[in-house]
Design a protein around this ligand. Structure first.
Ligand code: MN
Length: 228
């Protein structure tokens, strides 16, 4: 007999290229991990220690579904990012062991209420409502690591209604995927099912209801969503 006092939430899942579902546990995100984006946000493009924030697992939008334009913002921004899907976990993971935790990679979009983020930064308040709102994390198919190219380099880009907005290269990341895993694992014990958004290149900008967003990462895949 079940002891749940209300119905438990459904397990959030992300489809895997070639079939199957990846059960999602948590979503971690890295801030300002490309020097040109750090500059456009008024940050420091130096190799300072990375900083992290989170989104709820159920903020994911998969299978090309629409992302509704969120409430309480006049400045919704796109950020195309390489997403790492962990198949194994650990705390204080050694740099040399970090890549062994990876199940696969996907292209994702870190949708951001930029106006609320700017207010939060100014007031020294948390970013949660700027970053972790409903449908804030569109994600493409997760491709198993063995089927991906070398994610240490490769074109990463995003277009809005077919017009190029963001373009960069994974080689421009300030902190590598392995370094991000190792450092993040000193803050929390990572676990199978965790996703990590690894930061965005320059060119972030506003989108409107009706816009079609298409992101692409060489050797990894695509992510598509329409702002509804
Ligand atoms: Mn981001």
């Amino acid at each position: 007999m079940s002891a749940f006092v209300i119905a438990p939430p459904p397990q959030v899942c992300a489809p895997v290229a070639g079939g199957g579902l990846f059960p999602v546990r948590r979503i971690f995100c890295v801030g300002q991990n490309y020097a040109d984006h750090a500059r456009e946000m008024g940050g420091d493009p130096q190799r300072n220690p990375p900083f992290f924030f989170t989104k709820p697992a159920d903020s994911l939008v998969t299978e090309g579904a629409d992302a509704p334009y969120p409430s309480l913002t006049q400045n919704l921004h796109h950020e195309i990012e390489l997403v790492v899907a962990l198949g194994a976990g650990g705390a204080n993971v050694a740099l040399a062991d970090a890549k062994a935790l990876i199940f696969g990679y996907a292209a994702g979009i870190d949708l951001t209420r930029r106006d609320l983020q700017a207010e939060a930064k100014k007031a020294g308040r948390p970013w949660d409502m700027a970053k972790g709102f409903d449908a804030s994390a569109p994600l493409g198919l997760i491709r198993p690591a063995g089927a991906c190219g070398d994610v240490g380099k490769g074109r990463i880009s995003l277009s809005v209604n077919g017009a190029g907005r963001q373009q960069g290269d994974l080689a421009e990341m300030i902190w590598s995927v392995a370094e991000i895993i190792a450092i993040l694992s000193t803050y929390v014990a990572l676990a199978p099912g965790d996703l990590i958004f690894t930061g965005t290149p320059a060119g972030v900008g506003a989108v409107s209801a009706g816009d079609l967003l298409n992101g692409e990462i060489e050797g990894v895949g695509e992510v598509t969503t329409r702002i509804a």
